[in-house]
Design a protein around this ligand. Sequence first.
Ligand SMILES: [Zn+2]
Length: 200
Amino acid sequence: MENPLLLRVVTLCDVDHRISDITASPVDFVFCLGDLEDVWMANRVEALNPRYGAYGIRGNHDVNAPFPSNIEDLNFMNKAVVVDGRRVRLAGVPGSWRYKPYGRWLFYQDEVSEMTDAMEAADILISHNCPANIGHERPCESLAEDTFSVHQGFLGINDYISAKKPQFLFHGHQHLHKTTQIQETVVIGCYGETLHEIPL
Ligand SMILES: [Zn+2]
């Protein structure tokens, strides 16, 4: 078996100001996990200067516009990058559950399941929302919220994990730092700016 790649990955999500002090280099990938202001995000990617690029998906508080030019769009898409002669497959799932009738990047469960069913397998999946029912959903802040389970995860992501077995999933939206193993996938809840070192 070949030696695993050790990748240095920075995730950005949910707060568009720095809440850590990552200065170590080099960084291999930056993943933008949503709910970020575009100019800030582009500047941060430029400063981190990832060797294999920055990839993004949109969150429920984001604009409906193309990403800044130094960030590649991964919204319901697959892309592959060659790292040290190995093909690293990426996939992305944007948005959150449709907790209100109007707004961008809001989806019903069935809409996401249809999209994730059609997506190809990946080594690394990035998403704004988390899988459902794995203990990463943010508790509701009021009884009114509870009625609608505002922060419910996407069942389509659970199904993607079962069927396509990504090695890693990075998600935002839930404002937590938490890692949970689901079958063969390490699910990493991210908040703010975080450096991860992962073997692939
Ligand atoms: Zn969000």
